[in-house]
Design a protein around this ligand. Structure first.
Ligand SMILES: [Zn+2]
Length: 384
């Protein structure tokens, strides 16, 4: 019997609508079924996909949370103060800090355009490499399962460029030492942010990814392997239809940051923490009056699995309506052409799971990790 190999391709922002509209991956099953994502950006979606759990359970949600005690930036507060306040060199501060942090942080992060003086009050949620075993203590990902069962595997992600990732994947497939190859690509996500979901760039990029994945399946088969192939996304993407400002209004409130309150303005979210009575009422009154988004209350947070009891990701959470963007924000000065991180019930948030093999229906990205674990268990059983 042919030896099995599990080939997994996690394509960031591979939306259900995009796959349906382009007819991509017609050689795989599952394109017709939308797969629900979770509330949040990839920093929440990928952990939920890998662990099968909600953000509240695995602990990862937004890339940044409020925690000055455990802040990874704490050791650099002197440097930040000197560079940012004295010289006003925010760009330089960010470059230097990124280089220093990369030595300690194995997870994905970017300092974007977060005001430097805010950093020491924030912490990063993804300190460990989530594509390696042990990233979520007490919760098993496919990488933990592979380690537990002695199934040799390799994973490539954001720490190498797309071409090198593809080259190394192909090399590994030719060499045939591993029984699972896991490929993560942020390329399509980046192209759609820059050009929109319906542009020529997105279609070309998707067609290239599809052709390469098809060629990897053909290569595996040519090598006499029984390839079990799975392609999925972590969330979809919505084209941007409106841009709004919130920073000037937050700055104009009769409150001092960071003494009275602290806010983090993402492109589709505003998250606020309070240190003075009455501050919350003021901020929420401002946000409640905005027609382009809404406050996510306790009941809805529970339903979405983002009900962190200590409020570390935001005591107030304001979420933009699909297609609406805050710009400037801490993510950048200008609005992207397309964005994600909207409500998971918006159809554009849906992604897909496409496979070369029959499998039970999949309704949520949280079904993907457990499915991969079962595949790995089957591989291990076969090897015995
Ligand atoms: Zn993105």
């Amino acid at each position: 019997m042919a030896q099995r190999i599990l080939l997994v391709f996690l394509i960031d922002a591979l939306g259900h609508r995009l796959v349906r509209e382009t007819g991509a991956f017609s050689f795989l099953q599952g394109a017709e079924a939308p797969v629900a994502s979770v509330c949040g950006y990839s920093s929440a979606c990928i952990p939920s996909l890998l662990t099968g759990r909600r953000p509240r359970e695995h602990g990862h949600w937004a890339m940044y949370l409020c925690d000055s005690e455990r802040s990874v930036f704490r050791p650099y507060r002197g440097l930040i103060r000197v560079l940012a306040s004295w010289l006003g060199r925010h760009f330089l501060t960010r470059r230097l800090l990124t280089r220093l942090l990369r030595r300690r942080i194995r997870g994905y992060f970017s300092l974007y355009e977060i005001p430097s003086d805010l950093l020491t009050r924030l912490d990063l949620c993804e300190k460990a490499d989530i594509f390696a075993p042990g990233a979520f203590p007490g919760i098993e990902t496919p990488f933990d399962a592979a380690q537990r069962l002695g199934v040799p595997y390799r994973a490539w992600h954001w720490n190498t460029g797309e071409e090198e990732r593809r080259r190394r994947f192909e090399e590994a497939l030719r060499e045939g030492r591993e029984r699972m190859l896991f490929f993560y690509s942020p390329l399509l996500d980046a192209v759609m942010h820059a050009e929109g979901t319906r542009g020529e760039g997105a279609r070309r990029c998707l067609a290239q990814i599809e052709a390469w994945i098809a060629s990897m399946l053909a290569l595996a088969r040519a090598r006499g392997l029984e390839a079990r192939l799975l392609v999925c996304g972590d969330h979809g993407m919505a084209d941007v239809t409106g841009t709004h400002e919130i920073l000037p209004e937050l700055e104009a409130l009769p409150l001092r940051a960071p003494e009275d309150f602290l806010y983090f303005v993402d492109s589709t979210m505003v998250r606020v923490w309070y240190r003075r009575p009455g501050a919350r009422e003021m901020v929420e009154a401002l946000l409640r009056a905005k027609p382009f988004g809404r406050l996510i209350d306790g009941e809805e947070r529970r339903r979405l699995g983002i009900d962190f009891p200590d409020g570390r990701y935001g005591e107030t959470i304001f979420l933009m309506n699909a297609g609406e963007i805050l710009a400037p924000s801490f993510m950048g000065r200008t609005a992207p052409q397309a964005m994600h991180g909207y409500h998971p019930e918006d159809p554009d948030s849906d992604t897909v799971v496409l496979t070369s093999f029959d499998r039970p229906p999949i309704g949520s990205i949280r079904d993907i990790g457990p499915l991969l674990v079962r595949e790995i268990e089957a591989l291990a059983g076969e090897g015995r």
